[in-house]
Design a protein around this ligand. Structure first.
Ligand code: CTP
Length: 213
């Protein structure tokens, strides 16, 4: 299969040296890419800024802002069988990016505008034989909110994650995989490696089921 994966944070610059971002490590997305490649899939990884080593044999496209990531995803999506959107995309960006380093020393207000929702945009382009997997990061009502996101964004599967797991090398809190029919697999005891491996296995299983239809 041709698998497209996004990973890591986005950066939304307000001047040449300052940005809005988040502590996403990209580890889960990079692990999914590595495992999928090892299993013989054709893998493209679209990565936000990350110090992680690119997995061997995987084509990596580096992006910074949500808009850059959206352009890259839309370009690669047409040719893929599965999109796994594990990137932590910033929901906003500064309204204006200043060309020079800001030297303001007084109180001021930064104006933000919403970023496009990449998953929502590509789910409109989704063909019958394509699958999309999303992630949900929640600080409350984890399962309820994740199921809502899965439906709103027309996903085949969603990985529901808590903020306690965010930005750290190894997960320590609840994590669930939720399917279209709302069945839930509790993956809370898995390591990030085991979770990545499970996600690849589930994609293979669902793709097989899809093709049998
Ligand atoms: N996502 C996206 N584009 C955005 C924001 C999020 O494609 N602008 C994707 C993420 O990669 C993830 C899923 O949507 O797969 C859910 O992201 P999350 O941050 O949990 O939720 P949001 O949709 O941003 O909603 P909220 O922040 O209100 O919880």
């Amino acid at each position: 299969m041709k698998i497209l994966i996004t990973a890591g944070p986005t950066r939304e610059y307000l001047d040449p040296v300052r940005f809005i971002s988040n502590p996403a490590t990209g580890i889960t997305g990079y692990l999914i890419a590595r495992i999928a490649k090892r299993k013989g899939h054709d893998v493209v990884l679209i990565s936000g800024p990350s110090f992680l080593k690119p997995p061997k044999g995987v084509r990596v496209i580096y992006t910074e802002s949500a808009i850059e990531m959206k352009d890259a995803v839309e370009k690669e999506f047409l040719a893929c069988d599965v999109l796994i959107m594990s990137a932590a995309v910033s929901d906003w960006r500064p309204e204006k990016k200043f060309d020079n380093k800001l030297k303001i020393k007084r109180k001021w207000t930064l104006s933000l505008v919403p970023n496009p929702d990449i998953l929502k945009a590509v789910s409109m382009l989704k063909r019958k034989n394509q699958m999309i997997v999303g992630f949900a990061l929640e600080s409350q009502e984890l399962l309820k909110n994740a199921i809502k996101k899965m439906k709103d964004k027309n996903l085949d599967m969603i990985v529901a994650n808590t903020v306690q797991n965010f930005g750290i090398p190894e997960k320590k809190s609840d994590i669930y995989v939720i399917y279209r029919d709302e069945t839930i697999k509790d993956c809370s005891s898995f390591t990030k490696m085991e979770l990545a491996s499970f996600i690849v296995k589930e994609i293979e299983r669902l793709a097989k089921k899809h093709n049998e239809k």
